[in-house]
Design a protein around this ligand. Structure first.
Ligand code: ZN
Length: 419
């Protein structure tokens, strides 16, 4: 798999992983009987199986009969599923297995999950507890690279960071320096000197706050500084920033605004400096769609129904799904004659739909057994449809302006088409 292909897969796979972690986190064993198993990339599976057999032997000594039975059953299920592997896949293999109480019935059911992580997990660990061990998977989702941003002129400064999809403004500072021409005549030179001095004091304050914010970030990847006019160069050239941070300046960018619009402008202009940053990538993806739409290019589609149709025809090149999408795809089925239909509903309308379906008769055989059988998250469902037809599937957060637009103006689903 090439790097480009790897990238294509990550945002959707990460989304799925995030959802899976939520599910696994909600599972609690009655005792120490939930097994988590992390197998590193390429590990010979017969070694793992031998290890599990030992654990199986040890489990035979567990005093509580119910726990003993559950642990042994969980280990057996893992061994039987591992039969199909000789070695762990290139990113490793993670397995969760255990008896989980079924809701409200006081009984337990053996549940099993097998995960091929989207990125390598180099851990070999067998863990038995009343909950699943999820930290290594969560670490994988944690965005590691952070960039620092300073936007300033001589009247105000904003200090911000961008990590993954998240932009955070840490500090807003104002100098109180009056406009250029508020004095004149013979006091002009004295006035200019005072302004100069006040500017110096202001930059010192900006530097102190920037040092405080940025030095506390252990893996800061780079700093970009921008603003209208010459203030930014003065700030960069002067000794206002800690020398360790000065070394991390990757760009000084001329922009038209300060404040939050200035930050947005800077991120857009300096996009190429922010390497692999999801924030700029998401903006770019949605912008591309918007540009095509504005140009009346016919190779776009939006809205769940239209995009679904394009997906089924295999016409989708890039599928954009908003993380803020809260709709479900349900299958209604008649167990008597096999009739089925699919419907899309808002999450909060699911219960109402279930009640309605229970009242309805099957349109084919008239039986009263019609039920909502399958409920799927539309992001996952459409995403899989995209994968099957070779589309690039992108799950877009609502953290950027463009992401908000995707969610609100296009109901969370948009696509760039092949033809
Ligand atoms: Zn029927």
């Amino acid at each position: 798999m090439s790097d480009e292909e790897a990238k294509k897969r990550t945002s959707f796979e990460k989304y799925r992983l995030r959802r899976l972690i939520e599910v696994l986190e909600s599972k609690k064993g009655a005792h120490t009987e939930l097994i988590s198993l992390y197998i590193p990339p390429g590990k010979v599976i017969s070694d793992v199986t031998n290890y599990l057999k030992q654990e199986y032997g040890t489990a035979a000594n567990i005093k509580s009969k119910a726990t003993r039975k559950n642990v042994m059953e969980a280990i057996r299920s893992i061994i039987s599923k591992l039969k199909y592997f000789q070695r762990a896949p290139s990113t490793g293999l993670v397995i969760f297995s255990g008896a989980v109480p079924t809701s409200g019935q006081g009984t337990e059911k053996l549940e099993f999950w097998m995960v091929t992580p989207p990125e390598p997990i180099n851990i070999y660990k067998y863990h038995c507890d009343s909950k699943f061990y999820l930290e290594p998977l969560k670490d994988l989702l944690e965005e590691k690279d952070t960039y620092g941003v300073i936007v300033l002129d001589r009247s105000e400064a904003h200090i911000a960071t961008i990590k993954g999809t998240h932009l955070e403004i840490h500090k807003k500072l104002t100098s109180g320096i009056p406009g250029k021409h508020s004095a004149g005549g013979q006091s002009q030179r004295r006035f200019e000197r005072l302004i100069e001095q006040a500017g110096h004091e202001f930059f010192k304050r900006v530097g102190e706050h920037a040092n405080e914010v940025f030095l506390s970030i252990p893996d800061l990847k780079g700093i970009v500084i921008g603003g209208p006019g010459p203030s930014k160069e003065k700030f960069v050239d002067g000794d206002y920033l800690d020398y360790r941070l000065k070394q991390k300046i990757i760009g000084v960018v001329d922009i038209g605004y300060t404040g939050e619009p200035g930050i947005e402008e800077l991120v857009g202009k300096a996009e190429s400096l922010f390497e692999d940053l999801r924030y700029t990538e998401e903006k770019r993806l949605v912008q591309k769609f918007l540009e095509m739409l504005v140009k009346n290019d016919e190779k776009v589609a939006y809205g769940e129904r239209e995009v679904r149709e394009a997906l089924l025809q295999g016409r989708v090149d890039t599928l954009l799904l908003s993380e803020g999408l809260d709709i479900l795809r349900v299958t209604i089925r008649c167990p008597n004659c096999g009739y089925s239909e699919e419907k899309t509903v808002m999450k909060e309308q699911l219960q109402k739909l279930q009640e309605e379906v229970a009242q309805r008769a099957c349109p084919v055989c008239n039986s009263s057994l019609l039920t909502v059988e399958e409920v799927r998250d539309v992001i996952e469902e459409l995403g899989e449809l995209g994968e099957q037809t070779g589309a690039r599937v992108e799950v877009i957060s609502t953290e950027t302006e463009e992401g908000q637009q995707l969610k609100q103006a296009f109901k969370g689903v948009a696509a760039i088409l092949r033809y």
